[in-house]
Design a binder for this molecule. Structure first.
Ligand code: AHG
Ligand code: MN
Ligand code: MN
Ligand code: MN
Length: 334
């Protein structure tokens, strides 16, 4: 078999009954938008896309020019296709309905348009994360509340990482598959079918500068990893932290590892830094479909019932056996 493009892969998924034509076209539109973002990202200073936008988002973060631009590219690409009922984004206060000028579809699209924005100005990998839900039956004018569905109901999710090469990683619930952007052809080509995360690992990803703010179970868990060969795990661990979730998760999907962004004492009222709907849910779906695990320290992330669109959550994901230990330590501590 020759090269399998994303278009062909999706047609095959449709023929096998895993997705319908609308969802296939929706994913193609998202992929097309990601190609535009990849193009903008790759221009860097020459495209005038670096630096701050001078605005902030509802989460209190300063927006970068590329946060705003990527959000616009995704909205613009998706509004006229007829597959969507509404979009929600890390960069928008509320969900955005499809303009009345266009036909409406049955899906809800959520995205983190530009993940890892602190890395934009230093030429380090960034990405886009997306999640697709069904619009509840009978809802013609979706509101924020209609997006509040557990991650287990996602019908598709994935991310694009804008790194040395641009890669799209996707799941529609039939495994996790990776596509590499062929810049000459302008299409994503399947380069890894059925990614599998090793159950054991010797690598962890965490922002260690927060260690003094961590709660007891986190101190215990990471303390054990740091003890290395003479500790309970009996092996030395290495640490990596890109500070772009897409890049850190992509490494873990490729060669294993555990990614952690815990809740801590610095901001005890916040249940974590990462966003449940735009980051944790789609990444958990991708990771579970590759044989990994994802919890908030206590429960499976995909089982959580969201209460708010911009809700935050603690995240432990990646190699199954390590996620299990970290989760057990949290449960034991109560
Ligand atoms: P975003 O750029 O979409 O706001 O997300 C940034 C997130 C995530 O990508 C990364 O894992 C984390 O923030 C890094 O946080 P620290 O700067 O605290 O390390
Ligand atoms: Mn942000
Ligand atoms: Mn992000
Ligand atoms: Mn972002």
């Amino acid at each position: 078999m020759g090269q399998v493009s994303l278009a062909r892969f999706l047609i095959e998924q449709q023929r096998a009954g895993h997705i319908n034509a609308d969802l296939r076209l929706l994913i193609e539109v998202v992929a097309r938008a990601c190609k535009s973002i990849a193009h903008a990202v790759s221009k860097g200073a020459l495209g005038g896309v670096l630096g701050d936008a001078g605005t902030g988002n509802i989460q209190g973060e300063a927006q970068k020019k590329l946060d705003v631009l990527s959000n616009e590219i995704l909205l613009e690409a998706n509004e006229w296709g007829g597959h969507l009922a509404a979009c929600a984004s890390e960069e928008m206060d509320h969900c955005q309905p499809i303009p009345n000028a266009y036909p409406k579809g049955n899906y809800l699209l959520l995205f983190d348009p530009l993940d890892g924005s602190s890395n934009i100005d230093v030429n380090i990998s960034v990405g886009t994360i997306f999640s697709v839900l069904r619009c509840p039956d009978g809802v013609t004018e979706p509101q924020d509340e209609h997006f509040l569905q557990p991650g287990s109901t996602q019908v598709a999710a994935g991310y694009t990482v804008y790194g040395p090469s641009t890669m799209l990683v996707l799941t529609v619930g039939t495994g996790t598959h990776a596509f590499t952007l062929d810049r000459e052809q302008g299409s994503f080509v399947l380069t890894q079918r059925d990614m599998r995360i090793p159950e054991d690992t010797k690598e962890f990803a965490i922002n260690m500068s927060n260690q003094r703010h961590w709660f007891e179970p986190m101190q215990r868990y990471v303390g054990e990893l740091l003890e290395g060969r003479t500790g309970p795990r009996g092996k030395d661990f290495n640490m990596r932290w890109v500070a772009s979730m897409v890049a850190d998760v992509h490494r873990i999907l490729t060669r294993g590892g555990i990614f952690i962004y815990p809740r801590d004492r610095k901001d005890p009222d916040k249940p974590g830094k990462l966003r449940l709907m735009y980051e944790a849910n789609p990444m958990s779906f991708v990771v579970e479909q590759a044989g990994g695990a994802a919890t908030n320290g206590y429960e499976r992330i995909l089982d959580l019932q969201p209460a708010q669109l911009h809700e935050r959550v603690a995240v432990f994901l990646g190699s199954k056996n390590e996620v299990e230990v970290a989760t057990r330590y949290h449960r034991e501590a109560g």
